[in-house]
Write a protein of this length. Structure first.
Lengths: 393, 393
């Protein structure tokens, strides 16, 4: 007979999910209520207000889609595209490629602006593409590339899109809560994120926000949205973008308890404080890694504090290192994807997992593991350097 | 400052979500691990085996979609249809209508077989439709209509479909775990269900199973599935329908802990025992309701034990009764939908919520509430009749 599943205790410092705050796990385990219960409607309203805070927006249509970030990406494209539409897609990692897939499955055409994995989106190339494709309706880009740890300049991209009268779709799966995401200030039309990165909630939800212009487009489309489940015309009736509340699907009640608690925690800390915390621990981690003799993949000005791509030293079996970290230390870090497979490790410092204990633990575990696998590194300095960074004597 | 959300304690006897077993809530709150962790892969394998047990199938492609039952419905249609395909859709309630929406959003044509809300799908009408549409590729029907509490004859419908060489899509959202669902025995090609009905898990997941014939079709489609998120060609690489395990999306880890525990509980009880329990408490509830002078909407031979449509007596404000039950007793029952709006209440007896305490509590609360609202009912007999049913002296 199959028995209950008891997960091992891990420290999650990969590309997500990140360690979940116990407050969130506890909130999620509270008794389930109905999805039309007046108290649940109140919870939905609070979640909306808290998400508006996190996205820095007054957008009415701000809500969590009841599925993971991948479904959030799909919701962005299926709502904003009609067959035959042209989209400029910036690709500098795995998720730009997934955007292309989404455009094509909507019957649209993707004009690709390609940059190397590990570099930011090149603004000049984007302007050239916009200028050569004046019939493009949408510019889509990834704010924080989870596959490479690169931050692109969202404000500048949105400014370019506005100049060419394009709507914008931004992937903020890994950025929200870790670095500034300014929906209204930058004028982004559709943003989707994920619950399991810097919000440190459980995976399974995709917070989204739609500008008034995006809502207007969706309401006046000539054709129905190809996905019933993700059709914002129907979902806004349930989440209160319209006057009445009507049933669409059964909301994932307990996951929404969790998201609410995660957002309460973010509000308590304050957005700016959360970004500063990510930056501080990132600096300590990098200092420690460099003291060990390891190097960072991404140029200083494009580095995401919450996701650190570290070059794998020549000749090292990167998978063996990750396996050893998991087995000996219960520590999960991420592998490289695509053109960075085998070349980098991805070390996450996301949300609740972004703290001094994890930084020191990760450096210590990595130093021990690399040494034991006979990788030539500088021993005995990494922790000291990181501690100095924290001003611990 | 917004504070943590503490839900009221409810008894969930509506159309779902149903009361969640505390074992499941506790399992869900265990620490999150990564979606590529070897221990998580083991959990996925166990979930697959347990779902095969629940669906009575050996289908390799048996898995929970990472989103609610509505997404499961969409997954069935987007994978099995290509543009221009014709589908016979049986509608005898709300969810048949949603199937039509799905067919049309896939670029298909739905031939509707309509039956009154509250009655089962008429086999003769279906045969006529199949015979008049020999180019139809798929027959789609709802096994247990959540909007009306009606069970249709899935085995007979599948036999008809086979005779006309149609694939079958079956909605088992409300049936799985409450009445017999025999995927292999009946030869159904695609079944989707929901986590929050008779499995008594939290809402947010849609267990599905695909026959070898359905998998074969999906693998050899001429066009890509229009949804990237729900494309089984990609999902089977992650859930192990193919040889390798490759990342598709971040699975909702903790929700899957919950589903695993719900399925372990079902296995411990045994499928047949679970069906018998639903039937037993249903009989006691109906006896008690009838002793109060209330009547059932659905004919005896088509009644779902897990969802009981009760006629609202003439002149009664049904919403006022539901509000009073919620306010005074914390008891949630459901309203009618569509053509049954205002005409029925829907009383669920699903999974963990299907027990003697809930039956007696519901009868007591309903009798008190109806009396206090001056609805003419027979008082003082209902509980006694139900108790007799349970052989309590």
């Amino acid at each position: 007979m199959t028995s209950s599943f008891h997960p091992p205790i891990r420290t999650l410092m990969g590309p997500g999910p990140s360690d979940v705050n116990p407050r969130i796990l506890e909130a999620m385990s509270r008794p389930t209520i109905g999805h039309l219960d007046p108290e649940f409607i109140r919870l939905m309203d609070e979640i909306k207000t808290l998400l508006q805070y996190a996205f820095k927006t007054t957008n009415i249509l701000t809500l969590p889609v009841s599925a993971p970030g991948s479904a959030g990406m799909e919701a962005a494209f299926v709502n904003l595209l009609e067959r035959g539409d042209k989209v400029i897609v910036c690709q500098n990692g795995a998720f730009g490629g997934r955007m292309k897939e989404n455009v094509e499955r909507c019957g649209g055409t993707a004009v690709m602006v390609m940059d190397d994995w590990g570099t930011a989106v090149d603004l000049d190339k984007v302007e050239t593409a916009l200028n050569s494709n004046l019939d493009a309706r949408v510019l889509a880009f990834v704010h924080a590339e989870t596959s490479t740890g690169v931050l692109s300049d969202a404000r500048a991209l949105a400014t370019l899109a506005a100049r060419y009268d394009c709507l914008t779709i931004m992937d903020a799966v890994t950025s929200l809560g870790g670095v500034d995401v300014d929906a209204d200030g930058w004028g982004i039309d559709v943003i989707y994120s994920g619950s399991q990165k810097c919000l440190s909630c459980v995976p399974g939800l995709s917070p989204m926000t739609f500008s008034a212009r995006a809502m207007e487009f969706i309401r006046n489309r000539g054709t129905k949205v190809q996905s019933w489940f993700l059709d914002m015309n129907l979902i806004m009736d349930y989440w209160g973008g319209s006057a009445r509340r009507s049933y669409h699907h059964t909301a994932p009640i307990n996951a929404l308890y969790a998201l609410h608690e995660a957002l309460v925690i973010l509000k308590e800390e304050g957005l700016e404080n959360a970004w500063q915390r990510h930056a501080r621990h990132h600096r300590a981690l990098v200092a420690g890694l460099e003291a060990m003799g390891l190097s960072m993949r991404v140029a200083l000005q494009s580095r995401l504090p919450q996701l650190n791509a570290v070059n794998v030293p020549d000749g090292v079996d990167e998978a063996a290192v990750r396996s050893a970290l998991l087995e000996r230390y219960g520590l999960e870090i991420g592998a490289g994807l695509g053109s960075l497979a085998g070349k980098v490790w991805r070390i996450g410092l996301m949300g609740f997992a972004c703290n001094q204990k994890n930084v020191l633990f990760c450096l210590s575990a990595l130093e021990d593991t690399l040494s034991s696998l006979n990788v030539p590194i500088t021993q005995g300095r990494s922790l000291q350097v990181a501690r100095t960074h924290y001003n611990i004597r």
